[in-house]
Write a protein that binds this ligand. Structure first.
Ligand SMILES: *Cc1c(COP(=O)(O)O)cnc(C)c1O
Length: 367
């Protein structure tokens, strides 16, 4: 019996149920299931939430990454720097777009892409870098843009876990040449199924994205380039438009939950994060443990669901065996990282209970 799930979608639906049901019903009654005004409406809301630029709705976050690489016209065979510690989609998208992933290590403390490792793995064929704002933590984008500028690289932000994170007045996803979002149901902003978006400040990239996502066409039978079918569905756009106004409040509640965890957990299990509290929207709450799997089992027995993000570095998966790369800090995370439940509807008492179970497990071992 799971008393404390990693994410609690039911609680969101308890909070916004009538509004969400009305939005879905309106889509059914409109009989408008592809395209139409709901897409543009959500795209405008999302772009203005992020502080400008254009948002282009697509079918999911993986496609957002693939289409962004294609729209940036990065040539086939070009190398793209990808952190070894991320969801596999980041690297799959590179392959799907005809690129070659070049895996780089992450920072030991934060688990985020490491600039020194980027410098080390750059070659004459490198054309782009994908900083991933993992766990909801924003990568130091000032450092990233300076690095990319020195090497004339395109920057594609993977903001699938970082909706609303901001630093120095800029939201995650709006600093690079393109920013990619997933609205998978469990993300900080989630749809009723798969959905995603790309954001960009460059009108030409935006235009290409609009063509590519819909069979390369400008009008019904006018195909300008070879595209794909990766449209955002009106159903999801309607749901996302209802949820978006609540995102900042939900992220604040995640910040409170994270602060409660940090004060209740043994210091030795905590890792690092950005200095600026606004730069972290706590999509996940990672801790680091020597005996990760044993602790996860003990928590499961007490009804606490946990996750591992991620149990293998991408270059050590079977799928990416052609791209083997030693990344010691990422490998250490793969062995030691554990995600505790975090979502906007957790009470302080829930967090203190979960933290006490972690403390018991850690101290039982050292006693
Ligand atoms: C969820 C996620 C994706 C992929 O998004 P989908 O909508 O599931 O395709 C990509 N990158 C990261 C870091 C993610 O967490």
């Amino acid at each position: 019996m799971t008393r404390y799930p990693l994410v609690d979608l039911e609680a969101v639906h308890r909070e916004l149920g009538p509004e969400l049901e009305r939005a879905v019903l309106e889509v059914i009654r409109s009989q408008n299931f592809i395209g139409g005004p709901r897409i543009a409406h959500f795209e405008e809301l999302f772009a203005s939430y992020l502080g400008g630029g254009e948002a282009i709705g697509v079918a999911n976050g993986t496609d957002a990454l693939e289409l962004a690489i294609r729209a940036l016209e990065i040539e086939r065979g070009a190398e793209i720097l990808v952190p070894a510690n991320t969801f596999i989609a980041t690297a799959e998208a590179v392959i799907a777009a005809g690129g070659v992933p070049r895996f780089v290590d992450v920072d030991r403390l934060t688990g985020l892409i490491d600039l020194a490792s980027c410098e080390e793995h750059i070659s004459s064929r490198t054309r782009a870098v994908i900083p991933v704002h993992l766990y909801g933590r924003m990568v130091d984008m000032q450092g990233m843009m300076a690095f990319a500028g020195r090497h004339a690289l395109a920057v594609i932000e993977d903001a699938a876990q970082a909706h609303g994170a901001q630093h120095a007045g800029q939201r995650a996803g709006t600093v690079g040449h393109a920013g990619c979002f997933s609205f998978y149901p469990g993300k900080n902003l989630g749809a009723f199924g798969d959905a995603g978006a790309v954001v960009t400040n460059d009108p030409q990239i935006a235009e290409r994205l609009r063509l590519i996502r819909d069979h390369g066409r400008r009008s019904r039978n006018e195909h300008e380039l070879i595209g794909v079918n990766s449209r955002l569905d009106p159903l999801h756009a309607a749901v996302l438009a209802v949820k978006l106004p609540h995102l900042d409040r939900w992220n604040d509640r995640r910040r409170s939950a994270a602060a409660w965890y940090r004060s209740a957990l043994p210091a030795e299990v905590l890792d690092g994060g950005p200095d600026d509290p606004l730069a972290d929207v706590h999509h996940l709450f990672p801790i680091m443990l020597d005996d990760r799997d044993a602790v996860a089992l003990q928590l499961a027995q007490r009804g606490v669901q946990t996750g591992v993000h991620y149990s293998q570095t991408i270059p050590s998966t079977v799928a990416f065996s052609a791209f083997r790369q030693a990344c010691p800090a990422a490998e250490h995370r793969a062995e030691s990282q554990l995600s505790l439940p975090i979502h906007p509807h957790l009470a302080r008492a829930d967090i203190e209970f979960i933290a006490s179970l972690v403390a018991d497990a850690v101290w039982a071992k050292t006693a």
